[in-house]
Structure formats: C-alpha cells, structure tokens
Design a protein around this ligand. Sequence first.
Ligand code: COA
Length: 260
Amino acid sequence: MTYQTLLFDVRDGLAFITVNRPDKLNALNDQVMAELTQAAERLATEPEIRGAIVTGAGPKAFIAGADIGDLSRQGPFDGKARAMRGQAVLRRLETCGKPVLAAVNGFALGGGCELAMACHLRIASENAKFGQPEVKLGIAPGYGGTQRLPRLVGKGIALQLILSGEMIDAQEAYRIGLVNKVVPAADLMVESEKVMRGILAMAPLAVRLCLEAVDQGFEMTLDEGLLLEANHFGLLAATHDMKEGTTAFLEKRPPRFEGR
Ligand code: COA
C-alpha cells in the first residue's frame, strides 16, 4: 500500500501514521481523508498491527484542520457528505479495537483537534496548540468536535472553545483534561512510544474489551453499562490470556500474552 499524503510504518506491532503535508500544516484535504480511511481499515483488520500512534509531519503542526480550500468550494450536500465521511473515518479509528494515541506535535485545530479526540490517548508537546476555530470561517465543527469535546472536557468548557474559536496551549489542554500528558517537543515520540509499548505489553483481548466497554458504555445507562462490563468480565474468563495472566501472578513471573 503506498500513500501520497501519509507515512505509514509498522515497527514491532506498532503502526506510526504521520499526516505528511507539512507545507500546508498537514491540513486534511480529501486525499488525506481517503488515505486515512485505508489506514484505519488496516489498523482494524491486520492482526500484526496491535496499536497506532498518529502524528503530523514537521515541527509546527499536528494537523491545522480540514483543508480550507476544499471547504470553500463545497455546497450544502457535498458539505454534509464531507462531514459524514470525516466522521466515519474518525469513528473507524476510535472503534478499530486497538489502542490509538495522538502525538500532538503542534497546531491541532478544527479537524486536527477532532482527529486527536477520536484517538484513545493524547500526548502533547509543549508547543502544541488546540482549538475549534470553525466559527471564524462561518462553519461549525464537522468531524465530531461538537460531540467529543463536551464528552472529554464538559459542556461549559467545550462551548467556550467552540463558540470563541480561541486557541489554547498544551498546559491549558492538560488542565481541562483534553490531553493526558505534556512533554518537551524533543521527547514527544519517545514518550508516546513508551506509553503505547506499555499498553501493548498488556493482555490484548482485555485491552480491546476495555476500549469497547468505555466507548459503548458512555452512551448507555449505568445499568446497561454495568451489564456490558460484567459480560466482558465473563468473556475474558474464557481466554488463554486470563489463565496466563493470573497464573503468572501466582507463579511470580511475568505473563506471556498471546491474545487468544
Ligand atoms: N487548510 C488549508 N491550508 C492551510 C490550513 C488549512 N486548515 N492551515 C494552514 N494552511 C496553509 C496556509 O494557507 C499556508 O499555505 P501557503 O504557504 O501556501 O500560503 C501554510 O499552510 C502555512 O500556514 P500559515 O498560515 O502561513 O502559518 P502561520 O504560522 O502564519 O499560521 C495557523 C498558522 C495554524 C494559525 C494558520 O495557518 C491558521 O489559522 N490555519 C487555519 C486553521 C483553521 O481554521 N483550521 C480549521 C479549519 S476547519
């Protein structure tokens, strides 16, 4: 598989997906979105890929949003279709069954912030900036920003960011819970890989079902969510991984998980 606007490397089970249009601050044009669709599909379906880190090329931007040139030409029907395509790609990433981390190395604006929010974890470099500036362009967030931002930071702060279009820095993003961690720019990829390697060392089926329980449970009543959790708990008891994890603990040795 070759890409024009993405770099896609797999090292030791971890995919590194880099949006690669640094001269346009990695803005998401239609080609990037089409290639991201294929990348998300690979994540979901290739067993040798066990997780992913998404980042942007160059020192300045993670992703500075949807490509404003593309947006400027859209009418109401292709605008809606573009939003639905974008939402579907991000949702595919979010529900690919494997952990995905956004390594935010600069501007994460509009669609860039939305892509980061669709990832399960976000680590930001100290120079990262976040925002949903769509209202400045006469549009509203279209790739899930109005839905995921309030779920992550609460309705009040989400509306403040969405209605003002203001940019916040990495420390503020950390303070409001939009990112998990802030690190010096030079350490971003090393730290991100360290976090992901830690997760990949855990039992893969347990990780998959944790992702699913949190994602699905968020939209359920407490009782429905608790039932889902109990079902997962029971299901995992049938796996080799649970037998291995508990036995390894009792035998005082590290576990060897195989994801079955
Ligand atoms: N879509 C298309 N092109 C974009 C872009 C976007 N979202 N964001 C940046 N670019 C392009 C610029 O047009 C410029 O291209 P050029 O060199 O051919 O003129 C290049 O990337 C560099 O951007 P520039 O604006 O010169 O950098 P800057 O450091 O002065 O400003 C930003 C950086 C992020 C503040 C500014 O680029 C910006 O506001 N971008 C748009 C952010 C946005 O509104 N995103 C939401 C879209 S829905």
